[in-house]
Design a protein around this ligand. Sequence first.
Ligand code: PGA
Length: 249
Amino acid sequence: MRRLLFAANWKMHVAPQQAREYLKLFAMHYRTRPDREVWFFPPAVSLEAVAHAIKDRTDARVGAQNIHWEPKGAFTGELSAPMASHAGARATLIGHSERRHLFGETDEHVGRKLMAALKADLTPVLCVGEKLEERDAGQTVAVVTQQLAAALAGLDGGTLGNVVIAYEPVWAIGTGRNASPQDAAQVHREIRAWLKARNAARTRVLYGGSVNLTNIAELLAEPELDGVLVGAASLDPEGWATLAQTGAA
Ligand code: PGA
């Protein structure tokens, strides 16, 4: 049984003091649930504040939004996986579409970062997803499986079990336009088949892209989805606590 995962991607929002206040409010509104986990991806400067605030929770984790593939060196402005880990991170996003499309990250960079994360014991949350023109051209599955292959080539089923995949169609991120639950589930089935062929049944596959309080229930009704990766709708602590408790017994 895979536990549901609710991952909050704060992007370039929530400084350390705001993070402390956020987590106080979140704790007031969110009760630990045995069937789910809540992970937070704050900006690097807030990693320690979040790690400290959730240190007594067994159902929560903090992670970096991005890492460099080298452990240290002359890379101005970058954050390494061991450093993120020292700051309390236990996971990291890898290859988020904003990194790929706004900052020019290639499949090769993504693959190197994924290996660096595993080496530092950070759970990689590998983001994959097609652009609108690729979807319209019927290339969704080809694009997504190519991104999986590029990042995960050579990993055995046991290691793949320690990776989380987030399927985020690029056209659905921050646009208010989400994939229908059926569309999302369809791609999830393809990802699941790809994983199964590599003996990785344990890997969790999340959906992301304009997930909010209005659409979360119907998304979670799809058994293919093991959780969600959420940007804008994770910025309000009370709303996020409500979203992350959707469908809980
Ligand atoms: P969004 O972002 O929920 O604001 O669309 C999702 C993401 O980028 O991970």
